[in-house]
Design a protein around this ligand. Structure first.
Ligand code: AVI
Length: 329
């Protein structure tokens, strides 16, 4: 796991090294065709995140209705010293799916780690965000790793005592289905390594009205974000979705304890997928995302099942969101 990767290493600045693990390109046409022709048509949520989708997601996080981002940020600001006291000194912070590397800034300021290791599949996004970060934090060694963090990883060598603190904020863990989630948490345990820890955000179960509002904001940004997946497919594969005749649907499924997002066809849709044409009948729903909501006890159990030892949990006064700290041993 902790082996050097000299072949793909590039020194981009005095404190910035770029490691390209060449994440394998998936065959988008094949994957999309398979998921849209499945008995229950679905799309992977990764298709939300082209440039427009990433901008829309950032806009969602500023809406009145979408509480997770600001609640988690307030928890981090309020409790970062307490968390650090539990943790001891963090030599390395690793962040899978780091994106714009914004949330970690507070930890870099307050915890002063020797090293920060963002893992991100988008090369452009990783280069852009770490160039700025390396200027803002000249005393932190930044090892930027371009990789699909869901795949098995060979990471640059540490040579630092102690394990890694893996930072996985935003309740992105809620976008994994239970079986995937358990495998993924085990992967995070492996990434943290002996003597390491995990700091992870998990959105909490609450009244359905609050959750429904968070995924159906009045400005229509979540609707635009959901529909943008179809613009993304039209641009990339020329599928010819008639996006104006598709509708955003999001609701809390209380039995499964998750928000479900779907796109509903308002009339028959003729799609072009490479050499194939398929028809989605009016009324068909394409399932685009699950966002599971947790209890503190339930999520703590999941961490333990993945081999972690719970070390602390912090929630806001309205019990909207939780931050969990767990060690690997
Ligand atoms: C990225 N993820 C944690 C968000 C969520 O709340 O599940 C994605 C999102 N979907 C709609 N709004 C936000």
């Amino acid at each position: 796991m902790k082996q050097a990767m000299p072949v793909n290493e590039q020194q981009l600045g005095p404190n910035l090294t770029f490691y390209d693990l060449h994440p394998p390109a998936t065959d988008m046409l094949e994957e999309v065709t398979r998921s849209l022709t499945a008995p229950r048509p679905h799309l992977h949520p990764k298709y939300f995140y082209d440039e427009a989708g990433s901008r829309l997601f950032d806009a969602i996080t500023t809406t009145e209705e979408y509480y997770p981002t600001r609640t988690e940020a307030a928890l981090l600001a309020r409790y970062s010293s307490e968390i650090q006291a539990q943790l001891g000194h963090a030599n390395t912070i690793a962040e899978p799916g780091a994106g714009s590397c914004q949330k970690v800034r507070l930890l870099l300021e307050r915890w002063s780690p020797e090293r920060y290791m963002p893992l991100e599949i988008s090369r452009d996004c990783l280069l852009q965000s770490t160039r700025q970060l390396s200027r803002d934090f000249p005393e932190v060694q930044i090892d930027a790793v371009c990789a699909d963090y869901c795949q098995a990883l060979s990471l640059p060598a540490d040579n630092l005592p102690g394990g890694r603190v893996v930072f996985f904020p935003g309740s992105t863990i809620g976008n994994f289905d239970p079986a995937e989630r358990s495998a993924f948490l085990r992967g995070l345990h492996h990434l943290a390594g002996p003597g390491g820890a995990l700091l992870i955000g998990a959105d909490l179960q609450k009244e359905a009205s609050r959750l429904n509002a968070a995924y159906n904001d009045a400005q229509g940004l979540t609707a635009a974000f959901n529909l943008n997946a179809l613009h993304h497919l039209n641009n990339a594969l020329d599928c010819q979705f008639d996006v104006n005749n598709m509708r955003h649907v999001a609701f809390y499924n209380e039995t499964a304890q998750r928000i479900e997002m779907h796109l509903e066809c308002l009339c028959d849709q003729q799609l072009h997928l490479g050499h194939h044409q398929i028809t989605l009948k009016g009324g068909t729903r394409i399932h685009t995302e699950n966002s599971y909501k947790f209890t503190v006890e339930g999520f703590t159990r999941e961490l333990m099942d993945a081999g972690f030892r719970p070390r602390g949990c912090w929630t806001d006064s309205d019990d909207l969101f939780s931050l969990h700290l767990a060690s690997t041993d």
